[in-house]
Ligand binder design. Structure first.
Ligand code: KG4
Ligand code: ZN
Length: 327
């Protein structure tokens, strides 16, 4: 079965070809450079970029996979959540291809795609059925959510952010310190230059007191950074100190919440996807926690942490096969 995935929910225009869970090609064109001066994604700019790039991105994905539209058996497209205009462009494009090629079109939840991204390129993808139930987590620019993944068509949310997402906090903290957009990579780079022996700032780790609460909140730490930064001399050393201390607090908070979710559910398989999983300190923290709890941990390869269409195609394939079995 050959599936075409289309992803346009935010600022990445992506198409991918997946055959029975194996990625044949994954093409991503990002408009991130157009948003950097605004410190965040401008929806109208993202939409215009999708309109311009969706066709060439599809052509490249087909070329890399060595196939044509007539080889496609299924189209999978993100239909929620996302910027309405951006999502609509991908959906209309996918529906048109489905109509022309006379193949079904599966609508995919972007966040569930991030969870499935953890298995791409691994043997686990072919034995996904055997891994349920497992704990699925998305830590991205728009969401910080924990799911009990009971089956491929049964993800139930057990924790979410009450305000900002973790990635969004990285972006806003970088903006406060004039470090550009996206903030995550910039903060991570700056933090590596800091010697923690010279003194950490204790930024708040929200909602950790109640051990049964699996929700997140990142607006407080963002405000704490803003006041700290306003009250300090904006030197390079302070930028390093704030970057390190902020990253440290967020990584510890998210890791602790995931650990508690694992304890609460008793699941022993954990998959953590989303753009923030690009962060090496976060990856190491998750690995250490999983080792300590004897959890089987799946993190996406770096190519699949940020938005891509391969995860949508892979999830679409699984959902389609599942609906055929059930139907
Ligand atoms: O998953 P993603 O590509 O898009 C959404 O669905 O939101 O995530 C983008 C987010 C941005 O907020 C970005 O700053 C963050 O992922 N990010 C990082 C790193 N690389 C990207 N955050 C922390 N450390 C990184 N190295
Ligand atoms: Zn995403």
């Amino acid at each position: 079965m050959i599936t075409l995935g289309i992803e346009t929910s935010c600022d990445e225009t992506a198409a991918a070809i997946v055959e029975n869970g194996i990625v044949l090609s994954s093409e991503v064109s990002s408009s991130v450079h157009l948003h950097s001066k605004y410190g965040g994604v401008v929806p109208e700019i993202a939409s215009r970029f999708h309109v311009e790039y969706i066709s060439p991105v599809l052509d490249k994905a087909l070329l890399d996979a060595g196939c044509s539209i007539s080889d496609i058996d299924l189209v999978a497209v993100t239909d929620r959540p996302g910027l309405p205009g951006s999502v609509l462009i991908g959906k209309v494009f996918a529906e048109s291809i489905g109509f022309a090629a006379e193949v079904p079109v599966v609508k995919i939840n972007h966040l569930q795609g991030h969870v499935i991204s953890c298995f791409l390129g691994k043997s686990a993808m072919s034995k996904l059925d055997t891994l349920f139930p497992f704990l699925g987590v998305v830590v991205s620019g728009g969401h910080t959510s924990i799911y009990a993944c009971n089956a491929i068509n049964d993800f139930s949310i057990i924790g979410r952010t009450r305000d900002d997402a973790a990635g969004e906090a990285f972006d806003k903290v970088a903006k406060i310190m004039d470090m550009g957009y996206p903030g995550g990579p910039a903060i991570e780079r700056k933090a590596t230059e800091f010697d923690p022996g010279s003194g950490l700032i204790k930024f708040p780790k929200a909602l950790l007191r109640d051990k049964t609460d699996l929700d997140f909140s990142f607006s407080g730490i963002k405000t704490a950074v803003m006041y700290y930064w306003k009250g300090s001399k904006p030197t390079e050393e302070e930028r390093r100190r704030v970057s390190y201390s902020f990253q440290h607090a967020v990584v510890e908070t998210v890791t602790t919440k995931i650990q508690r979710a694992a304890e609460k559910t008793g699941f022993n398989v954990l998959a953590v996807g989303g753009g923030v999983v690009n962060n090496n300190i976060f990856r190491r923290s998750l690995e250490a926690m999983a080792r300590g709890m004897s959890l089987e941990l799946y993190l996406p390869e770096k190519d699949y942490c940020s938005d891509n269409a391969a995860m949508m195609a892979a999830l679409g394939e699984c959902l389609h096969l599942c609906s055929r079995v059930e139907g």
